[in-house]
Design a protein around this ligand. Structure first.
Ligand code: CMP
Length: 131
């Protein structure tokens, strides 16, 4: 998911370019804006965290781009491509190092397991598209 800061700052094209260049196939994609309910559901695992309110405020602040990506070893390779959650800790050349503003507005989200990739893909695309 390309997050509101990266969409607002005009980085959709550059980020998709990097994703393609790293060998990922885009299987489905949508630009949409999350409601508060959507954001609370998507990030339910973080419900008890002190930053949850800030996360929901931020994730509903503007449009996002959600995509299903395909590649061998996709989860691990995508997390390497996007870099650490905190852009100050992200490696040079990673999407977060290049485009993130802060740990909250960190440009992009990637699923952390194959199971969560399925759940998060279904969140955006179930009933809308085949992938
Ligand atoms: P993401 O990979 O989308 O998963 C959960 C998100 O919570 C994370 O990226 C950050 O954007 C956000 N997050 C994690 N830690 C903090 C924090 N300490 N303060 C604010 N937001 C955070």
């Amino acid at each position: 998911m390309i997050k509101p800061d990266a969409v607002e700052n005009g980085h959709i094209g550059a980020i998709l370019e990097k994703i393609n260049a790293a060998g990922f196939k885009i299987k489905a994609m949508v630009m949409t804006q999350l409601s508060r309910n959507d954001a609370q559901e998507f990030y339910a695992v973080h419900r008890e965290r002190p930053f949850f309110g800030e996360l929901v405020d931020y994730m509903t602040s503007g449009p996002i781009v959600a995509a299903i990506l395909e590649k061998d070893n996709a989860v691990e390779d995508f997390r390497k491509l996007i870099g650490a959650t905190n852009p100050e800790e992200a490696a040079e050349g990673t999407i977060r190092k290049l485009y993130a503003q802060s740990i909250a507005a960190n440009a992009i989200h990637g699923s952390d397991s194959d199971d969560n990739a399925r759940i998060e893909g279904d969140f955006f695309f179930s009933g809308r598209a085949r992938y």
